[in-house]
Design a protein around this ligand. Structure first.
Ligand SMILES: Nc1ncnc2c1ncn2[C@@H]1O[C@H](COP(=O)(O)OP(=O)(O)OP(=O)(O)O)[C@@H](O)[C@H]1O
Ligand SMILES: [Mg+2]
Length: 316
Protein backbone atom coordinates (compact mmCIF):
# COMPACT_ATOMS: atom_id res chain seq x y z
CA UNK A 1 0.00 0.00 0.00
CA UNK A 2 2.69 2.45 1.07
CA UNK A 3 1.07 5.82 1.57
CA UNK A 4 4.02 8.09 2.16
CA UNK A 5 3.11 11.42 3.67
CA UNK A 6 4.85 14.19 5.49
CA UNK A 7 5.26 13.12 9.08
CA UNK A 8 7.85 14.34 11.47
CA UNK A 9 8.05 13.15 15.06
CA UNK A 10 7.68 9.43 14.39
CA UNK A 11 10.06 9.42 11.46
CA UNK A 12 12.66 11.11 13.62
CA UNK A 13 12.04 8.65 16.39
CA UNK A 14 12.50 5.63 14.19
CA UNK A 15 15.53 6.93 12.36
CA UNK A 16 17.36 8.58 15.25
CA UNK A 17 19.43 5.54 16.14
CA UNK A 18 20.03 4.59 12.54
CA UNK A 19 21.44 7.87 11.33
CA UNK A 20 22.51 7.79 7.73
CA UNK A 21 20.64 4.60 7.15
CA UNK A 22 18.12 4.24 4.41
CA UNK A 23 14.59 5.07 5.53
CA UNK A 24 12.62 1.83 5.86
CA UNK A 25 10.17 1.13 3.12
CA UNK A 26 6.56 1.25 4.16
CA UNK A 27 5.44 -2.27 4.92
CA UNK A 28 3.53 -4.06 2.23
CA UNK A 29 0.31 -5.25 3.70
CA UNK A 30 0.13 -8.99 3.29
CA UNK A 31 -3.64 -9.17 3.45
CA UNK A 32 -4.39 -6.24 1.20
CA UNK A 33 -7.25 -6.60 -1.17
CA UNK A 34 -9.77 -4.11 -2.36
CA UNK A 35 -13.02 -4.23 -0.48
CA UNK A 36 -15.09 -4.53 -3.63
CA UNK A 37 -13.01 -7.51 -4.84
CA UNK A 38 -13.43 -9.16 -1.46
CA UNK A 39 -17.17 -8.57 -1.43
CA UNK A 40 -17.44 -9.94 -4.96
CA UNK A 41 -15.52 -13.05 -3.99
CA UNK A 42 -18.30 -13.59 -1.48
CA UNK A 43 -16.24 -15.58 1.01
CA UNK A 44 -17.14 -15.62 4.66
CA UNK A 45 -15.03 -14.06 7.40
CA UNK A 46 -17.22 -15.40 10.20
CA UNK A 47 -19.98 -18.03 10.17
CA UNK A 48 -22.12 -18.57 13.23
CA UNK A 49 -24.57 -21.45 13.10
CA UNK A 50 -27.21 -21.93 15.78
CA UNK A 51 -24.66 -21.12 18.45
CA UNK A 52 -25.13 -20.96 22.21
CA UNK A 53 -22.79 -19.76 24.94
CA UNK A 54 -22.72 -20.24 28.69
CA UNK A 55 -20.86 -18.42 31.41
CA UNK A 56 -20.78 -20.37 34.61
CA UNK A 57 -24.12 -22.14 34.75
CA UNK A 58 -25.97 -19.44 32.87
CA UNK A 59 -27.02 -19.70 29.26
CA UNK A 60 -26.10 -16.26 27.91
CA UNK A 61 -27.50 -16.66 24.40
CA UNK A 62 -28.61 -19.41 22.09
CA UNK A 63 -29.88 -19.85 18.56
CA UNK A 64 -27.49 -17.20 17.24
CA UNK A 65 -26.82 -17.48 13.52
CA UNK A 66 -25.04 -14.96 11.32
CA UNK A 67 -22.70 -14.70 8.38
CA UNK A 68 -20.16 -11.95 7.87
CA UNK A 69 -18.62 -11.72 4.42
CA UNK A 70 -15.01 -10.70 3.98
CA UNK A 71 -14.76 -6.96 3.48
CA UNK A 72 -17.93 -6.12 5.39
CA UNK A 73 -18.40 -3.69 8.26
CA UNK A 74 -20.60 -5.30 10.90
CA UNK A 75 -21.91 -4.13 14.27
CA UNK A 76 -22.91 -6.30 17.22
CA UNK A 77 -25.64 -4.36 19.02
CA UNK A 78 -27.70 -4.90 22.14
CA UNK A 79 -28.19 -3.83 25.75
CA UNK A 80 -25.72 -4.23 28.61
CA UNK A 81 -25.07 -7.76 29.78
CA UNK A 82 -26.73 -9.46 26.83
CA UNK A 83 -23.54 -11.21 25.75
CA UNK A 84 -21.87 -9.04 23.10
CA UNK A 85 -18.39 -9.42 24.59
CA UNK A 86 -19.13 -13.10 25.10
CA UNK A 87 -19.75 -13.39 21.35
CA UNK A 88 -16.46 -11.62 20.63
CA UNK A 89 -14.62 -14.00 22.95
CA UNK A 90 -16.25 -17.00 21.30
CA UNK A 91 -15.12 -15.70 17.89
CA UNK A 92 -11.57 -15.36 19.21
CA UNK A 93 -11.68 -18.87 20.71
CA UNK A 94 -11.30 -17.48 24.25
CA UNK A 95 -14.60 -19.01 25.35
CA UNK A 96 -16.03 -22.34 24.17
CA UNK A 97 -19.42 -22.69 22.56
CA UNK A 98 -22.10 -24.55 24.51
CA UNK A 99 -23.55 -25.76 21.20
CA UNK A 100 -23.64 -24.93 17.51
CA UNK A 101 -20.72 -24.00 15.29
CA UNK A 102 -18.55 -20.97 14.64
CA UNK A 103 -15.93 -20.67 11.90
CA UNK A 104 -13.59 -17.72 11.65
CA UNK A 105 -11.59 -17.07 8.47
CA UNK A 106 -12.43 -20.61 7.44
CA UNK A 107 -11.17 -22.24 10.65
CA UNK A 108 -12.42 -23.11 14.13
CA UNK A 109 -12.24 -20.15 16.56
CA UNK A 110 -8.72 -19.43 17.83
CA UNK A 111 -6.82 -20.97 14.92
CA UNK A 112 -6.70 -17.83 12.78
CA UNK A 113 -6.01 -15.35 15.58
CA UNK A 114 -2.72 -14.22 14.04
CA UNK A 115 -4.82 -12.83 11.23
CA UNK A 116 -7.15 -10.99 13.60
CA UNK A 117 -6.62 -7.60 15.23
CA UNK A 118 -8.43 -7.32 18.58
CA UNK A 119 -9.29 -4.32 20.67
CA UNK A 120 -10.77 -5.48 24.00
CA UNK A 121 -13.46 -3.60 25.91
CA UNK A 122 -12.62 -0.98 28.56
CA UNK A 123 -9.09 0.05 28.01
CA UNK A 124 -7.54 2.86 29.94
CA UNK A 125 -4.06 4.03 30.68
CA UNK A 126 -2.84 5.50 33.93
CA UNK A 127 -2.16 9.21 33.36
CA UNK A 128 1.33 8.64 34.79
CA UNK A 129 2.23 5.88 32.32
CA UNK A 130 5.43 6.95 30.56
CA UNK A 131 5.37 4.35 27.77
CA UNK A 132 5.11 6.14 24.44
CA UNK A 133 2.27 5.67 22.00
CA UNK A 134 4.67 4.31 19.42
CA UNK A 135 5.76 1.55 21.83
CA UNK A 136 2.15 0.63 22.51
CA UNK A 137 1.63 0.29 18.75
CA UNK A 138 4.77 -1.84 18.40
CA UNK A 139 3.47 -4.12 21.12
CA UNK A 140 0.93 -5.37 18.59
CA UNK A 141 3.80 -7.05 16.73
CA UNK A 142 4.88 -9.07 19.68
CA UNK A 143 2.78 -8.91 22.80
CA UNK A 144 5.44 -9.88 25.30
CA UNK A 145 8.14 -7.47 24.19
CA UNK A 146 7.58 -4.14 25.84
CA UNK A 147 9.13 -1.06 24.28
CA UNK A 148 12.33 -1.23 22.34
CA UNK A 149 14.99 -2.41 24.73
CA UNK A 150 17.81 -2.30 22.19
CA UNK A 151 16.70 0.34 19.71
CA UNK A 152 19.98 0.67 17.89
CA UNK A 153 20.57 -3.04 17.52
CA UNK A 154 16.99 -3.70 16.52
CA UNK A 155 17.30 -1.21 13.70
CA UNK A 156 20.44 -2.83 12.32
CA UNK A 157 18.59 -5.96 11.36
CA UNK A 158 16.37 -6.49 8.37
CA UNK A 159 13.61 -7.60 10.69
CA UNK A 160 14.03 -4.52 12.86
CA UNK A 161 13.70 -2.25 9.84
CA UNK A 162 10.65 -4.11 8.68
CA UNK A 163 9.10 -3.76 12.13
CA UNK A 164 9.82 -0.02 12.10
CA UNK A 165 8.12 0.26 8.74
CA UNK A 166 5.07 -1.54 10.01
CA UNK A 167 4.86 0.64 13.11
CA UNK A 168 5.08 3.75 10.95
CA UNK A 169 2.52 2.50 8.49
CA UNK A 170 0.01 1.72 11.24
CA UNK A 171 0.60 5.09 12.93
CA UNK A 172 0.14 6.91 9.65
CA UNK A 173 -2.97 4.95 8.84
CA UNK A 174 -4.70 6.26 11.97
CA UNK A 175 -3.18 9.75 11.63
CA UNK A 176 -1.39 9.51 14.95
CA UNK A 177 2.00 10.91 13.89
CA UNK A 178 1.58 14.09 15.91
CA UNK A 179 1.23 12.43 19.29
CA UNK A 180 2.72 8.93 18.90
CA UNK A 181 5.97 9.87 20.60
CA UNK A 182 4.29 11.27 23.70
CA UNK A 183 3.66 9.13 26.80
CA UNK A 184 0.40 7.25 26.25
CA UNK A 185 -0.92 8.40 29.65
CA UNK A 186 -0.64 12.02 28.52
CA UNK A 187 -2.60 11.85 25.27
CA UNK A 188 -6.39 12.20 25.09
CA UNK A 189 -8.82 9.29 25.17
CA UNK A 190 -9.56 9.67 21.47
CA UNK A 191 -5.85 9.74 20.64
CA UNK A 192 -5.24 6.66 22.81
CA UNK A 193 -8.00 4.94 20.92
CA UNK A 194 -6.37 5.67 17.56
CA UNK A 195 -3.05 4.30 18.84
CA UNK A 196 -4.81 1.14 20.03
CA UNK A 197 -6.48 0.75 16.65
CA UNK A 198 -3.01 1.11 15.11
CA UNK A 199 -1.77 -1.62 17.47
CA UNK A 200 -4.60 -3.91 16.35
CA UNK A 201 -3.78 -3.17 12.69
CA UNK A 202 -0.04 -3.59 12.80
CA UNK A 203 0.06 -7.17 11.58
CA UNK A 204 -2.23 -6.39 8.66
CA UNK A 205 -5.11 -8.46 9.94
CA UNK A 206 -7.88 -9.68 7.66
CA UNK A 207 -10.38 -9.24 10.46
CA UNK A 208 -10.52 -6.43 13.00
CA UNK A 209 -12.58 -7.17 16.13
CA UNK A 210 -13.30 -4.14 18.31
CA UNK A 211 -15.29 -4.33 21.54
CA UNK A 212 -16.96 -0.94 22.06
CA UNK A 213 -14.17 1.12 20.53
CA UNK A 214 -16.30 4.25 20.64
CA UNK A 215 -17.10 3.90 24.33
CA UNK A 216 -16.02 6.94 26.36
CA UNK A 217 -15.35 9.09 23.30
CA UNK A 218 -17.24 12.33 22.75
CA UNK A 219 -19.51 12.55 19.71
CA UNK A 220 -17.01 14.21 17.35
CA UNK A 221 -14.40 11.59 18.27
CA UNK A 222 -16.93 8.80 17.84
CA UNK A 223 -17.69 10.10 14.37
CA UNK A 224 -14.00 10.46 13.53
CA UNK A 225 -13.15 6.96 14.80
CA UNK A 226 -16.08 5.46 12.91
CA UNK A 227 -14.95 7.19 9.71
CA UNK A 228 -11.40 5.95 10.30
CA UNK A 229 -12.58 2.36 10.72
CA UNK A 230 -14.67 2.65 7.59
CA UNK A 231 -11.63 3.92 5.69
CA UNK A 232 -9.58 0.97 6.95
CA UNK A 233 -12.36 -1.37 5.87
CA UNK A 234 -12.54 0.21 2.41
CA UNK A 235 -8.87 0.91 1.69
CA UNK A 236 -7.41 -2.23 3.17
CA UNK A 237 -10.23 -4.67 2.66
CA UNK A 238 -10.24 -5.43 6.39
CA UNK A 239 -13.43 -6.99 7.67
CA UNK A 240 -14.56 -4.97 10.69
CA UNK A 241 -16.64 -6.48 13.49
CA UNK A 242 -17.48 -3.85 16.06
CA UNK A 243 -19.48 -4.05 19.27
CA UNK A 244 -21.41 -0.83 19.79
CA UNK A 245 -23.99 0.68 22.05
CA UNK A 246 -24.64 3.92 20.26
CA UNK A 247 -25.21 2.89 16.71
CA UNK A 248 -25.57 6.45 15.38
CA UNK A 249 -21.95 7.16 14.44
CA UNK A 250 -21.54 3.93 12.50
CA UNK A 251 -24.90 3.34 10.90
CA UNK A 252 -24.10 4.93 7.58
CA UNK A 253 -21.11 2.58 7.20
CA UNK A 254 -22.73 -0.67 8.27
CA UNK A 255 -23.27 -3.55 5.87
CA UNK A 256 -24.68 -5.85 8.50
CA UNK A 257 -25.92 -5.95 12.07
CA UNK A 258 -26.22 -8.64 14.71
CA UNK A 259 -28.73 -7.65 17.38
CA UNK A 260 -28.53 -9.57 20.64
CA UNK A 261 -31.36 -9.13 23.14
CA UNK A 262 -32.82 -11.22 25.89
CA UNK A 263 -35.63 -12.18 23.54
CA UNK A 264 -33.20 -13.73 21.04
CA UNK A 265 -31.03 -12.50 18.24
CA UNK A 266 -31.41 -11.26 14.68
CA UNK A 267 -28.86 -10.56 11.99
CA UNK A 268 -29.13 -8.93 8.61
CA UNK A 269 -28.68 -5.57 6.93
CA UNK A 270 -29.60 -2.52 9.03
CA UNK A 271 -32.67 -2.01 6.86
CA UNK A 272 -33.79 -5.58 7.46
CA UNK A 273 -33.12 -5.71 11.17
CA UNK A 274 -33.93 -2.24 12.43
CA UNK A 275 -37.69 -2.38 12.05
CA UNK A 276 -40.36 -1.78 14.67
CA UNK A 277 -41.60 -5.34 14.32
CA UNK A 278 -38.18 -6.97 14.73
CA UNK A 279 -36.99 -4.78 17.59
CA UNK A 280 -40.32 -5.08 19.44
CA UNK A 281 -40.05 -8.85 19.21
CA UNK A 282 -36.39 -8.83 20.29
CA UNK A 283 -36.80 -6.54 23.27
CA UNK A 284 -40.29 -7.71 24.26
CA UNK A 285 -41.44 -4.11 24.62
CA UNK A 286 -43.00 -1.72 22.10
CA UNK A 287 -40.37 -0.06 19.93
CA UNK A 288 -41.14 2.33 17.13
CA UNK A 289 -39.04 3.10 14.09
CA UNK A 290 -39.66 6.34 12.21
CA UNK A 291 -38.18 7.65 9.01
CA UNK A 292 -37.27 11.32 9.04
CA UNK A 293 -37.73 13.71 6.11
CA UNK A 294 -34.05 13.28 5.20
CA UNK A 295 -34.33 9.50 5.06
CA UNK A 296 -32.89 8.52 8.45
CA UNK A 297 -34.55 5.87 10.57
CA UNK A 298 -35.14 6.75 14.21
CA UNK A 299 -35.63 4.02 16.80
CA UNK A 300 -37.63 5.10 19.83
CA UNK A 301 -38.38 3.19 23.00
CA UNK A 302 -35.37 0.91 23.17
CA UNK A 303 -34.89 -0.13 26.79
CA UNK A 304 -31.62 0.15 28.69
CA UNK A 305 -30.04 3.05 26.86
CA UNK A 306 -26.25 2.82 27.07
CA UNK A 307 -25.49 5.57 29.55
CA UNK A 308 -28.98 6.63 30.44
CA UNK A 309 -29.04 9.37 27.86
CA UNK A 310 -29.60 7.88 24.44
CA UNK A 311 -33.13 7.03 23.42
CA UNK A 312 -32.98 7.27 19.68
CA UNK A 313 -30.83 5.40 17.21
CA UNK A 314 -30.55 6.67 13.68
CA UNK A 315 -30.19 4.56 10.62
CA UNK A 316 -29.22 6.24 7.41
N1 LIG B 1 -16.53 -14.64 33.87
C1 LIG B 1 -17.85 -14.66 33.96
N2 LIG B 1 -18.50 -15.62 34.67
C2 LIG B 1 -19.84 -15.65 34.75
N3 LIG B 1 -20.63 -14.76 34.12
C3 LIG B 1 -20.04 -13.80 33.41
C4 LIG B 1 -18.63 -13.69 33.28
N4 LIG B 1 -18.34 -12.64 32.49
C5 LIG B 1 -19.53 -12.10 32.15
N5 LIG B 1 -20.54 -12.80 32.69
C6 LIG B 1 -21.97 -12.52 32.51
O1 LIG B 1 -22.34 -12.86 31.19
C7 LIG B 1 -23.31 -11.95 30.71
C8 LIG B 1 -22.84 -11.41 29.37
O2 LIG B 1 -21.67 -10.63 29.58
P1 LIG B 1 -21.00 -9.82 28.41
O3 LIG B 1 -19.79 -9.17 28.99
O4 LIG B 1 -20.80 -10.72 27.25
O5 LIG B 1 -22.13 -8.76 28.07
P2 LIG B 1 -22.07 -7.48 27.12
O6 LIG B 1 -23.25 -7.54 26.22
O7 LIG B 1 -20.76 -7.38 26.50
O8 LIG B 1 -22.30 -6.31 28.19
P3 LIG B 1 -21.75 -4.79 28.17
O9 LIG B 1 -22.66 -4.04 27.22
O10 LIG B 1 -21.97 -4.34 29.57
O11 LIG B 1 -20.33 -4.80 27.75
C9 LIG B 1 -23.49 -10.89 31.79
O12 LIG B 1 -24.65 -11.18 32.51
C10 LIG B 1 -22.26 -11.05 32.64
O13 LIG B 1 -22.55 -10.70 33.99
MG1 LIG C 1 -19.22 -6.03 26.62
Amino acid sequence: MGRIRAWRPVSRLLSESAAGREQPAIAEAGSLASRSALLQANTLAVEIRNAAARRGNRLIWSGVSAEIRRGEFLAVLGPNGVGKSTLVKVILGLLPLASGEVRVLGQPPGRANRDIGYLPQRRSFDPGLRVRGVDIVRLGLDGHRWGIPLPGLNRLTERGREEDARVLDAIQLVDAEEFATRPIGEVSGGEQQRLLIAQALIRNPSLLVLDEPLDSLDLPNQAASAALLNRICEERGVTVLMVAHNVNPILSYLDRVIYLARGGSVSGTPEEVITAETLTRLYGTPIEVFRTADGHLVVVGQPEPPHGDVHAHLVS
